[in-house]
Design a protein around this ligand. Sequence first.
Ligand code: ACO
Length: 323
Amino acid sequence: TQSFSILASAKAVPKKVVTNQDLTALMPTSDDWITQRTGIRQRHVATTETTTSLAAAVAKKLLRQSQVAATAIDLIVVATMSPDYLTPATATQVQAAIGADNAVAFDINAACAGFVYGMQVVNCHLQPGQTAMLIGSETLSRLVDWHDRRTAVLFGDGAGGLLITRPAESSGQWLGSHYATFGAAGHYLTAGQLPNQHPWATATDSTQWPFKMNGRRVYDFATKQVPISIQAALTDAQLTTTDIKGFILHQANARIIKQVGDQLQLTTDQLPMNIADYGNTAAASEPILLAEQLARGTYQPGDKLVFTGFGGGLSVGTAIVTL
Ligand code: ACO
């Protein structure tokens, strides 16, 4: 095992809250349908905030909490599928916002699995003695067709992140992982398609900007592949489910999470959920959930945690660490 020490954990969400009831003004839906099928009651929507400003707010909280100087940060990775710009990458603007002049910064995109993929990227990059910031930040509200009830009710905006170090001596450890990608099923969940716009483009623009999703296929994918990924990571770490204090699962749908919990025979204490308050925030969902749980004192140093992300790609990933 390698040391992987979580020094701080923070979240930032937009001020505006949109309830299920609010959505009934925009599309034919109901609070009952959304609550029963997804577990979502409200979501935050960025009106003045951006993916960059939410990520920078998280970065500032991480520095304040840990008392680490910005110049001591070696690496900033932002996981996002909804960046403000294709270039510069969000992480570079976080670097500028906090004055982390010595950090290398770049974004990664693995959709809703982005944060857990980012954990692996940080784990691979960190040299002994180095410190990294990993932030998931999304404004999915700009990828949503606000009149399409099949997708609009699901998503929310927000950001969360971790400050991670690799000291010679620490209780925090990277225990095991598993990652898998199913690109042939990628068309079941798409968003943000860009048109050919050069003078020689011949095809008429039929690109699809907002989310397009086969919800049933994504549901089946998640309930099948998430337990497989968790089992594979547990095997990699030579652990069983009872060794794990908390399963920090991507918050896509309460029914998916409960079904995964049933399959793995997890207790409700092992399976924290906050989807009711935020909806699906893609790469931001696991760090928002962890920040809330750590602020409540749910987990202590030495506790083992499983992080699992799944979604667009289609992709799935699991990382297991000790706090
Ligand atoms: N309000 C009211 N009715 C609705 C709504 C709504 N918001 N949305 C769909 N319906 C209707 C449908 O039109 C359908 O009506 P019909 O039978 O008359 O055609 C009926 O409700 C049932 O629709 P289904 O799609 O079969 O409902 P299902 O039980 O599959 O739930 C859901 C849909 C919630 C989307 C589910 O499939 C799901 O959660 N899938 C996973 C999606 C997901 O997690 N995606 C994100 C992955 S993460 C990422 O990478 C971004």
